[in-house]
Design a binder for this molecule. Structure first.
Ligand SMILES: Cc1cc2nc3c(=O)[nH]c(=O)nc-3n(C[C@H](O)[C@H](O)[C@H](O)COP(=O)(O)O)c2cc1C
Length: 137
């Protein structure tokens, strides 16, 4: 197996590498490999994550906000939504149900969402996919 380095081999994901025999945190960490492949405004990748036992917290990384090009933070939040959607598709693929809360802490604009995961007996067949790079141009 090629050693995973998010800065070098991020697109080289093999679903066979899903750590079935490791603990929940390692499994959720694997799902994040798909989340970080999401498109983002000017490739800013304005997200940060925190992994718990059965949940992932998604934060807006305001240091990556393009204040001039995206003054209303619309693209910033669309980008977060793209990462979130990738995460949910990956979670379903690897057999997790998920429950989401958007901006769970009043006044905390940096914590965009919390996703709680529940392992299911069956994996999802409805969202077939594979990680492929697509350019807009
Ligand atoms: C909210 C948002 C706005 C974007 N706007 C443009 C755009 O105007 N023109 C463009 O070529 N790509 C746009 N993109 C695509 C990103 O530039 C692209 O995802 C990023 O550079 C990474 O490239 P990749 O997705 O091909 O890996 C946008 C992506 C997002 C999420």
């Amino acid at each position: 197996m090629k050693k995973y380095d998010p800065k070098v081999t991020s697109w080289q994901i093999n679903e066979q590498d899903f750590p079935r025999d490791e603990d929940s945190t390692e499994k959720l960490k694997f799902l994040l490999r798909y989340a970080i492949l999401a498109p983002s405004s000017h490739n800013t990748q304005p997200w940060k994550f925190s992994i718990g036992e059965d949940e992932i917290l998604i934060f807006v990384d305001k240091t990556r906000w393009l204040k001039v090009a995206d003054s209303d933070q619309r693209e910033l939040h669309v980008s977060i939504g793209c990462a979130l959607e990738n995460l949910l598709i990956a979670a379903e693929h690897f057999g997790y149900a998920h429950q989401m809360t958007y901006f769970p802490e009043q006044g905390n604009e940096e914590l965009a969402a919390v996703v709680r995961f529940t392992p299911q007996e069956q994996t999802s067949a409805c969202r077939g996919w594979s990680p492929r790079w697509h350019s807009w141009s």
